[in-house]
Design a protein around this ligand. Structure first.
Ligand SMILES: C[S@@+](CC[C@H](N)C(=O)[O-])C[C@H]1O[C@@H](n2cnc3c(N)ncnc32)[C@H](O)[C@@H]1O
Length: 239
């Protein structure tokens, strides 16, 4: 099944509303527990520092927003945006139990960010871009709302450059998925979507190129776990 435009958005929203309650555990299993350390690297790459105002697009259950908030508060703040009300409910719970302040949650569409140009000191997106119906439009929106000189950073599945990592990862991924299917038997279709969207996503090299074509400079990527996952980044030029 290949969906585009509004159909893809509606499908993705329904999918995340349906798996929201299991998302954090599933994410930890799928990333073999490495998700937290990867998020911390994103915090560094976006250059989160005390007093800054950072946007986290497709914030989901808020885990990345919480890590960023630890770096920017008490004076700075994080705005987490997502269109799934159920994922935002999970984010509220996670924020409350983290006891971290300075996070505002906004229900909105990454394809049409409800913020003025040049609002934020940086923007992040974790495992989000591959869910968008128009990847380039999503990146352009992030570029639009950050101030000149700010970083735009994505953390997502990538294409391992070392073949052995690719084999190990896809082997474990393919075996974890059926395991999840056994735990939450009624969510098989949703897991299939996650697997397909991960395997179909752009390589880190291609995504960095798209970042450059979207007007960002100093673009590049950092491979994580042999390039199974990558942080892709770029800087909005100073005018
Ligand atoms: C795989 S989850 C990632 C959550 C989180 N960033 C993390 O690091 O775990 C993807 C999230 O993107 C959100 N999403 C997908 N398309 C979106 C869109 N067009 N606008 C806003 N949120 C969107 C989904 O609702 C979901 O919460």
């Amino acid at each position: 099944m290949s969906l585009t435009g509004k159909d893809k958005s509606e499908y993705v929203k329904k999918t995340f509303n349906s798996i929201a309650g299991n998302y954090d555990l599933m994410n930890t299993l799928m990333t073999l527990g490495m998700d937290k350390s990867w998020r911390r690297k994103v915090v560094k790459t976006v250059k989160a520092a005390p007093g800054l105002k950072i946007l986290d697009v497709c914030c989901g259950s808020g885990k990345l927003a919480i890590e960023i908030a630890k770096a920017v508060t008490p004076i700075g703040s994080v705005t987490g945006l997502d269109f799934s009300e159920k994922m935002l409910e999970e984010a509220k719970k996670n924020i409350a139990s983290s006891k971290v302040d300075g996070i505002e949650l906004v229900q909105g569409d990454a394809m049409n960010l409800p913020f003025a140009n040049d609002t934020f000191d940086g923007a992040t997106v974790g495992w989000g871009l591959r869910n968008l119906p128009d990847l380039r439009k999503g990146i352009l929106e992030m570029v639009r709302v950050v101030k000149p000189g700010s970083m735009v950073v994505s953390l997502d599945m990538a294409k391992p450059e070392i073949p052995i990592f690719r084999n190990i990862y896809w082997f474990s991924f393919k075996n974890i998925i059926p395991l999840l299917g056994k735990i939450w038997a009624d969510k098989q279709q949703e897991y299939d979507y996650l697997f397909r969207s991960a395997s179909d996503f752009e390589s880190q090299k291609e995504l960095a190129k798209i970042f450059a074509e979207s007007g960002l400079t100093n673009t590049g990527y950092i491979n994580l776990f042999g390039g199974v996952v990558a942080i892709v980044y770029g800087q909005k030029p100073l005018q």
